[in-house]
Design a protein around this ligand. Sequence first.
Ligand code: PGA
Length: 216
Amino acid sequence: MKRQYIIANWKSNKTEVETRSWFAKISNNVNKEIIICPAFTVLSWAKKLIDQYSLPFKLGAQNISPFDEGSYTGEINGRQIQEFAQYVIIGHSERRRYFHEDEEILEKKVKMALSAGLIPIFCVEDSKASIPGGVTIVAYEPTLAIGTGNPDTPQNANATAKDIKDKSPGVRYVLYGGSVTAKNVNEFTRLPNLDGVLVGGASLNPSEFFEIIINA
Ligand code: PGA
C-alpha cells in the first residue's frame, strides 16, 4: 500500500479551548501519516494534547522565518519550530498572495527548514512553479480550488502530480489540496500519482477530518 499523507491546515483558526475540544473528539487507528498544522499560538498546546490522547499524529507549522535566529521581530525560526513540529508548510498560495512571498524568499525558507531538520511541505499552484532543491513533499493546490467548494478534477490533479514528479525527481510525494472533503477525498487518493491530501476548511471539524482519514 502506498504511503499517504493527510494534512490539516487550520490556517488562522482556533483558540486553546477550541483546540482542546478538537483533539478530545478525534481519534485515529489507521496507518497513514497524519499531520496537523495549527497556528503558532496553539502549537505547543496541540503537542501536549497529542501526548495526552496518545494520538499517532505529527505536527507541522504553517510558516517559518527565512532567517536564522536574531533580530527579526515577530518571526519564528526553524530551531524554535523544531521543538514542537516535524513539518512546515512553505509557499501556500495565501502566503504568496497576501504576504508577497516570492521564489527567492521561499527558497530561503526551504533552506532554513532543512537546516533545522524540518520537512518542508512545499505548495505550488501548477506544475510550472519552481521547486527548491531538497523538497521531497509537494502539495499541488490550484488557487481556484482553495476554499471554494470547487476542487480540481482528480484526473487533472493526478496528471499535474505526474508532471511535478517527472520535472523534479527529488520530489517523492505529491499531495492534492483544494476543497477536499470526506466525500471526494478518495477520488484523489486512489490515483497512482497522488500521495495524500492537504485539507483546509474540512480539517477544522474533527468528525469530518476523521472521516477524511478513514476514506482516504
Ligand atoms: P481548503 O484549503 O481545503 O479549505 O480548500 C486547502 C488549503 O488551502 O490548504
